[in-house]
Design a protein around this ligand. Structure first.
Ligand code: GLU
Length: 449
């Protein structure tokens, strides 16, 4: 079966680092195997899904380089879900239930008080035709449950190894709500079969689902539905730097916010692709290389630690390695393109791309010089070479040292302070040819320039 995977977000919110990690791992796995990546929008819940969130998902994935080979909307495929439901109903695997939420709740409480597991008791299977008609006459509409086999469902999980779910310990899942809404469980199985999905890769919060869904896959296939049972991989969930589950905080870690904060897409993908694996947490040269490196064999069963400090470090690494050719367009768009020398000089000092604007100001001004010792500044101005190039710095500072006796930090720090107005910044030897002699002289004389 050719490798074909899918990322299946519901367009009911913004993409965050948790679901993007799922998208990324799907993409990396597919690309590493020469396979295809499908974007499936799980929008059966028409009331909660919005076109705006859907656009946001596409924009975020595109920005991250997670391009898809195919895309689908579940909202366009209701006919197929109805067809599957009819087959399951005819085979007695999907049965109508009339309990209200309150009734179910009361029964659960009774079960719990007796020390029994709160599993649906299948009372609806005992209803006679007459009782069902009576409910319908009352105006009740049924919801539909899938009748589980109640067995140990086993699969070999790409991420977890041998995996098992005992469906006897679960309630029969509701596949269709009383208002006719298809919950996610059945449409997902129908799509995976119809679209030829070879592997379902998702978070470990779906492990129990997989037990029920494998039963649904097998039931449909046994009823003649075309398609094959996919393989499964369930990834350990993300935890924060404090080791606590990230699930509650994911809402504040949206990709669109990160884009606005100036993170590089390759830093985000390198970070999310490497955490929780045995690989070192370093920037990847490209998405293609990240894909070649990826393997479920490197993924442990312990949770993946999401620490913003690591992301910041990788982001800086990405900028420090960025070529002028790559940076040029963005520099120009910010009115910050001062040429290749400038880029090579400032790039080691960047943490976010936007930092470059402040470095342009150091070169082109205005800089308000900080002069602690006027005599020192005077000597520096007098000894300034006639032309400033890449070798000027050592000759010039050698001269100042000879005249003032200042050395080390006492020599370099005042010069940086005067010429840039700052305590830290790019390498002075490379910076001064960019600032130029004229502006240096002004700053040495205390003028804002
Ligand atoms: N829409 C589902 C979710 O976001 C998809 C899960 C799956 O990958 O099957 O949880």
């Amino acid at each position: 079966m050719p490798v074909k995977v899918r990322f299946a977000p519901s367009p009911t919110g913004k993409l965050h680092v948790g679901n993007v990690r799922t998208a990324l791992v799907n993409w990396l796995f597919a690309k590493g195997q020469g396979g295809q990546f499908v974007l499936r929008i799980d929008d059966t819940d028409l009331a909660r899904s919005t076109a705006e969130y859907e656009r946001g998902i596409e924009e975020d994935l595109t920005w991250l380089g997670l391009v898809w080979d195919e895309r689908h909307n579940q909202s366009q495929r209701f006919d197929r879900y109805r067809e599957a439901a009819e087959r399951l109903k005819a085979a007695g695997r999907l049965y109508p239930c009339y309990e209200t939420a309150d009734e179910l709740d009361r029964r659960r409480k009774v079960q719990l008080s007796r020390g029994q597991p709160p599993i649906y008791d299948r009372a609806a299977l005992q209803l006679s035709e007459v009782q069902r008609e009576a409910y319908e006459a009352e105006g009740r509409r049924p919801h539909w449950r899938f009748k589980l086999d109640g067995r140990r469902v086993h699969w070999v999980d790409l991420a977890r190894g041998s995996a098992e779910v005992d469906t006897a310990s679960m309630s029969d899942p509701v596949l269709i709500r009383e208002d006719g809404l298809f919950l996610y469980t059945l449409p997902s199985v129908v799509d995976d079969l119809d679209m030829g999905i070879s592997h379902v890769i998702r978070g470990e919060d779906h492990v129990t689902n997989t037990g029920a869904q494998i039963e649904i896959f097998e039931a449909l296939i046994a009823l003649g539905w075309t398609g094959a049972l996919p393989g499964f991989a369930h990834m350990p969930l993300l935890v924060g730097a404090d080791g606590q589950a990230l699930s509650k905080r994911l809402g504040s870690l949206s990709i669109s916010d990160m884009r606005e904060q100036g993170y590089e897409p390759i830093a985000i993908t390198s970070h999310l692709g490497k955490i929780g694996t045995s690989d070192a947490l370093e920037i990847a040269p490209s998405m293609a290389e990240l894909g070649q490196d990826f393997s479920f064999d490197k993924m442990g069963r312990s949770p993946a630690r999401y620490d913003t400090a690591d992301l910041d470090r990788l982001n800086a690494q990405a900028l420090h390695a960025m070529s002028y050719a790559e940076a040029r367009g963005r520099l120009a768009a910010m009115d910050c393109d001062l040429g290749e020398e400038f880029w090579a000089t400032v790039r080691p000092n960047l943490e976010r791309f936007g930092d470059v604007a402040a470095l342009v100001r150091i070169v082109n001004g205005p800089v308000t010089p900080v002069i602690a010792d006027a005599e020192f500044a005077k000597v520096a101005a007098e000894t300034l070479p006639e032309t400033i190039d890449g070798d000027s710095w050592s000759a010039w500072t050698g001269e100042i040292k000879a005249r003032t006796g200042a050395k080390g930090k006492a020599l370099f720090m005042p010069l940086r302070h005067i010429l840039t107005g700052q305590e830290h910044g790019p390498d002075m030897a490379s910076l001064i040819p960019l600032i130029g002699r004229e502006r240096m002289l002004k700053r040495l004389s205390g003028e804002t320039a």
